[in-house]
Design a protein around this ligand. Structure first.
Ligand SMILES: Nc1ncnc2c1ncn2[C@@H]1O[C@H](COP(=O)(O)OP(=O)(O)OP(=O)(O)O)[C@@H](O)[C@H]1O
Ligand SMILES: [Mg+2]
Length: 318
């Protein structure tokens, strides 16, 4: 039995299809759902945690049906939402105790002490939450979420707005929970975190899974080198065999190439002839960012001049 199993899970908000026939199995792993703003990540989590009724399709958590056995599902999971989930007027200990009592946790005082210690919060447990840093609040939310010993943990953007050290610490805790056998379903916008800390990722775009696999599989599947070029002057994507323009960010433009090393001189030449000045060129292996842009670019139609040029070029190449 998989910890999370969804079959054609779908959610419409009136006419808007936020999650579109999501079929997914997650078990004994850290699974990251990645996607642009508004792609359906939180909606998916809300359905799986029984906080939102699906329009159609089904899902189970630890074998319990999200529509037919909400109570069974809720006993097995914990959920840390995207927005703050602690009462800032209470102390850390009071917040966690409140959750322990809600769940009827036996020997609650000991359990509260345990989870506060696991999240390195013992020293600050009796301070008001309003005196906590962002990282400490997030750790307290994790402590709260762990108090009834769930089998599955849903974390919606657990590291958003935290500094690098605090993010690392949160991930250390998440990895430790995974080692103890917990299944963790996380959403994030940080590709580097998904790449480094998650076992598998699903990239969702407009409610649909656009790519699914381990970070390594997804990068290998791209089978392309990435060339980034810093330019001055006006830019028109040049036509170079085996090279595809991906996008631009300020004065930096990116391409993918089947064989980057071979493509570099021809690309530099073509860019020069098109009238722009090449300041620097670099070649690297794909990252999860590239996988993301590739997967999302196939489904999304973002507005903007650069992107539309890219679409027109892709169509020409097909
Ligand atoms: N309660 C709601 N009523 C109507 N539309 C909604 C509601 N909640 C979300 N949506 C829409 O559903 C789509 C998916 O939203 P969702 O919050 O699931 O995206 P997300 O991937 O979590 O985005 P973000 O990365 O910004 O958190 C969006 O178009 C959003 O505007
Ligand atoms: Mg969200």
């Amino acid at each position: 039995m998989n910890a999370i199993e969804t079959t054609n899970l779908t959610k419409y908000y009136d006419a808007l299809c936020a999650v579109d026939n999501l079929t997914l199995s997650v078990n004994n792993e850290i699974f990251a759902l990645l996607g642009p703003n508004g792609s359906g990540k939180t909606t998916t989590v809300l359905m799986l945690t029984t906080l939102l009724r699906p329009t159609k399709g089904s899902a189970t958590v630890c074998g319990h049906d999200i529509s037919g056995d909400g109570e069974g599902v809720r006993k097995k999971l914990s959920y840390v939402p995207q927005d703050m989930a602690v009462d800032i007027k209470l102390t850390g200990r009071e917040n966690v105790r409140f959750f322990a009592d809600l769940y009827g946790v036996p020997q609650a005082s000991d359990r509260v002490d345990d989870v506060l210690a696991v999240m390195d919060l013992t020293d600050r447990a009796d301070d008001l939450i309003k005196t906590y840093s962002g990282g400490m609040r997030r750790r307290l939310e994790l402590a709260q979420a762990l108090v009834h010993e769930p089998s599955v943990l849903f974390l919606d953007e657990p590291t958003i707005g935290l500094d690098v050290a605090a993010r690392k610490k949160i991930w250390e805790h998440i990895r430790a929970l995974r080692k103890k056998g917990m299944t963790i379903f996380v959403t994030t916008h940080y590709m580097d975190e998904a790449d480094q800390f998650c076992d598998r990722v699903g990239i969702i775009s407009k409610g649909r899974i656009a790519a699914l696999g381990t970070p390594m599989e997804l990068k290998a599947r791209l089978m392309k080198d990435v060339i980034t070029v810093k330019i001055d002057g006006s830019f028109v994507p040049p036509e170079v065999d085996g090279v595809v323009f991906v996008g631009s960010n300020g004065d930096e433009v990116s391409f993918t190439a089947e064989n980057g090393r071979e493509a570099l001189p021809a690309l530099a030449d073509a860019l020069g002839k098109s009238g722009c000045l090449v300041r620097a060129m670099s070649l690297r292996e794909p990252t999860l960012d590239d996988v993301f842009l590739h997967a999302v670019g196939q489904q999304e139609e973002p507005q903007g001049f650069e992107y539309n040029k890219f679409r027109i070029m892709l169509r020409r190449r097909r």
